[in-house]
Design a protein around this ligand. Structure first.
Ligand code: GLY
Length: 362
């Protein structure tokens, strides 16, 4: 039940291959494409322990040389020190411009590996083998790479497209449950902001999706990748349209930061989507039934829709103002107009934002 779609970006176009056993064909596929003579598989220590040997074996069975290079798991590794350490390891082991990198892991690994690939020896190819739902439906597609600095997340990065994305739905079996649910927030994001039919399908198929039934999981990932590809094809560098992928993220990032990054990203995005839906109602952009439907679907998937009471409300406001998507002092919001349709605007009064933030505390 393998599926393939194409991200159409001219000479930088690439395939996304989705299926239950896709990891097993990465080696033969890359060999057939002749992408590189040697591969550096970059992974964190948790995912390397689960899938590192398997992927190494897949490469070796295809006659491809590879090294597995790891870094400590977690967002705390997403910095320039890790990039320097990984680059030194590559250089010590003799990796050159004919070689390529493989990102084996979740969003942090994809961001680190993509950034490293974009700067190592002025750029070498890389492919994505995403192992978290968030990475499979969002971050592995579209070429955003980056690392954090003390002043903010993803403040250093590049747009650098992978040469292929291999999505093995089977690896979701070992994903911690909260990480899976966090990924579902990004899946719901696509339905709420781009495709109302998909939103309804997610409601109808909740039990099968939560049971990781591949007859639902694979089409679900495929539909998300199709939507992501369509947006990226039209606006690769986020000049405008790509901002719709930040639905729920403006407030979500502030909630995540105000939690001291203890709340997982997808949970903060779920709260952000509910909050921005309430904001749309308050601004007269959407009817109350839109906000209610979004809240209900998030809750059906066990996602939070309220900010925990112990949060510092003032710091939320401060984080909103410093969000990197603030342009010229304005904060951009992606407001739902209907299910599956959004409006991007910087014309939201502070008083409305404050009122909504006050209402979404539990
Ligand atoms: N995750 C949002 C984007 O790739 O633009």
């Amino acid at each position: 039940m393998e599926q393939a779609i194409q991200v159409g970006l001219g000479e930088r176009s690439y395939p996304i291959i989705i299926g239950a056993e896709v990891m097993g064909r990465v080696g033969s596929d890359l060999r057939a494409r002749g992408l590189a003579k040697r591969y550096g598989i970059i992974s964190d220590d948790r995912v390397a322990g689960l899938y590192g040997d398997r992927l190494r074996q897949v490469f070796r069975q295809s006659g491809l040389a590879c090294d597995l290079i790891t870094f400590p798991q977690g967002e705390a590794s997403k910095n320039l020190r890790t990039i320097a350490a990984l680059a030194s390891t590559l250089a010590e082991r003799g990796f050159d411009r004919k070689d390529a990198l493989v990102a084996l892991g979740g969003g942090v690994t994809g961001d680190i590996t993509g950034f490293l690939a974009s700067v190592y020896m002025r750029g070498i190819p890389f492919v994505q083998v995403p192992t978290s739902l968030l990475a499979q439906v969002d971050s592995s597609v579209g070429g955003k790479t980056g690392v954090d600095i003390p002043q903010g997340k993803n403040l250093i990065g590049t747009f650098y497209q992978p040469r292929a994305v291999y999505i093995d739905s089977g690896v979701l079996q070992t994903l911690p449950r909260d990480e899976f649910l966090g990924g579902m927030a990004e899946v719901i994001k696509y339905g709420a902001s781009i495709d109302a039919d998909f939103f309804a399908w997610l409601a109808e198929n909740r039990d099968a999706i939560l049971a990781l039934d591949s007859s639902c999981i694979i089409p679900m990932i495929r539909r998300c990748c199709e939507m992501k590809a369509a947006v990226v094809e039209q606006d690769e560098r986020e000049g405008g349209l790509r901002r719709i992928l930040n639905f729920g993220h403006t407030i979500g990032h502030a909630v995540e930061a105000a939690s001291g990054y203890t709340l997982i990203h997808g949970f903060a995005v779920a709260i952000g989507m509910r909050a921005v839906a309430e904001l749309a109602v308050r601004c007269g952009v959407a009817g109350p039934e839109v906000a209610l439907a979004i809240k209900r679907l998030l809750e059906a998937y066990g996602l939070p829709t309220s900010i925990p009471d112990d949060f510092d409300r003032q710091s939320l406001r401060t984080y909103l103002q410093t969000d990197k998507k603030t342009v010229g002092g304005r904060v951009f919001f992606v407001l739902p107009e209907q299910l599956g349709r959004v409006r991007i605007t910087d014309q939201v009064a502070d008083v409305d934002v404050d009122a909504v933030l006050g209402n979404v505390f539990s």
